[in-house]
Design a protein around this ligand. Structure first.
Ligand code: SF4
Length: 210
């Protein structure tokens, strides 16, 4: 194992212990491929699955893998102004399983997110009985302050990726816009598992997402 991998393995194992002390299930898994295989083991074949939009989940390939083996995938991606998309996201609140990444994970075990519609953070907190949150190493930060800074950076990149009509797409920085297409509307910090559902955090030993 090279020294960098050794360092991160130790940091991630510590974070797993912190998360467990806050009533989360938590695991460190070295690669995205192993993370996909582990999720396929943990999620029952008959479970309906909702998910929050996430580059991490795309890179892990878990949604396609679940769909291929027959799980019913609920969330329709699309324009938030499309009523069908909104309805689909509402249905995802009642899925058996919800999958997401987090925008940031602090070393104190806080999951920090910023959402456009709020459906992703709502589903993480209350609704689906089994929630899986997949985080690459790049999501780990030292403090809430760092978490909010990284979230804003990711929001600007996401706007560029999505091609939103927001000023950050042109300037490369957030101006706290009032654009109708603003994606930064709902912040959440999950300090501790509230306990109504089972939340499993899977930390992957690779950089994933923004
Ligand atoms: S608040 Fe507006 S400008 Fe700032 S990152 Fe979000 S969408 Fe872009």
């Amino acid at each position: 194992m090279n020294p960098k991998e050794w360092y991160w393995e130790i940091q991630c194992e510590k974070l797993v212990d912190v998360l467990k002390s806050k009533k989360f299930n938590a695991e460190f898994i070295k690669t995205r491929t192993e993370a996909k295989d582990r999720l396929l083991e943990l999620i029952p074949r008959e479970a309906t699955v909702g998910f929050g939009g996430s580059m991490t989940l795309s890179q892990v390939g878990i949604i396609e893998a679940l769909s291929e083996r027959g799980n019913v995938i609920i969330t329709k991606r699309g324009n938030p102004s499309d009523p069908e998309t909104v309805e689909s996201r509402r249905k995802a609140l009642h899925a058996d399983v919800f999958l997401s990444s987090a925008n940031a994970l602090t070393r104190k075990g806080q999951l920090v997110n910023l959402d456009g519609m709020g459906n992703r953070v709502a589903s993480m907190i209350f609704g689906p009985k089994n929630v899986f949150i997949v985080c690459g190493l790049n999501k780990i930060v030292n403090s809430l302050e760092e978490a909010f800074a990284r979230i804003k950076m990711a929001a600007v990149i996401n706007c560029r990726r999505l091609g939103t009509n927001t000023p950050c797409v042109h300037t490369g920085e957030c101006s706290d816009c009032r654009s109708p297409e603003r994606i930064c509307n709902v912040y959440s910090i999950i300090e501790r598992n509230p306990g109504q559902n089972q939340i499993t955090v899977i930390i992957v030993g690779e950089e994933l997402g923004f």
